[in-house]
Design a protein around this ligand. Structure first.
Ligand SMILES: [Zn+2]
Length: 190
């Protein structure tokens, strides 16, 4: 999945879960908007950041800084170990300070691993259980391959379109409420 697929589908799934949890909990009169439900549980900015975090960490390392070593943009932060470490730190923070931002990052990261279908690369997903080496890929054809997949693979195309629609939906809600600045600064929607 590419940028909008990761951000938008993660937001959409989070909104759906929060909306369902909110509907089950609240009386019909007390129901808030779907986005309001999600914002009531987590800081949406951290969920968006977490949905991209594995690429934000791995792409610079594997594509540029240590390109000769790794030749791959899916390394440490695309492992289950990375998610588990984030989750452990998140639970620690939650117990100490009742803060959920790190757990939110972990949830976004888990969604990223799922949308990247990392189970097809088990040596990376379960690193280092199956060996310390990450597989090397042909980085020269990586970007052309992504763009090719966008126009020729209906799953990738649909994922990006759905993701873009969700991001636009959030943007429109914030715009209509005149809360874009507030959201960027604080993560709040009202
Ligand atoms: Zn990725």
């Amino acid at each position: 999945m590419l940028f909008f697929g990761h951000v938008g589908i993660t937001l959409g799934a989070g909104t759906l879960l929060a909306g369902l949890a909110g509907s089950a909990k609240d009386s019909p009169r007390a129901r808030v908007s779907w986005w309001g439900s999600l914002a009531g549980y987590v800081d949406i900015r951290f969920l968006m950041f977490g949905s991209l975090l594995p690429d934000i960490v791995d792409k610079p390392i594997g594509h540029f800084i240590f390109r000769d070593t790794f030749n791959n943009g899916r390394i440490f932060a695309h492992t289950l170990l990375f998610f588990l470490l984030l989750s452990a730190a998140g639970f620690f923070l939650y117990r100490r300070r009742h803060s959920v931002w790190m757990l939110t990052l972990a949830a976004g990261t888990l969604a990223h691993l799922a949308l990247d279908a990392m189970w097809y690369i088990p040596a990376t997903l379960f690193w280092p259980l199956m060996g310390f080496e990450f597989e090397k890929i042909d980085l020269e054809s990586w970007l052309p391959g992504l763009l090719q997949a966008l126009v020729s693979d209906p799953v990738v195309f649909a994922g990006e379109m759905v993701g873009l629609a969700v991001v636009l939906w959030l943007g429109l809600v914030l715009f209509r409420r005149k809360k874009i600045g507030v959201f960027i600064r604080s993560g709040k929607m009202s």
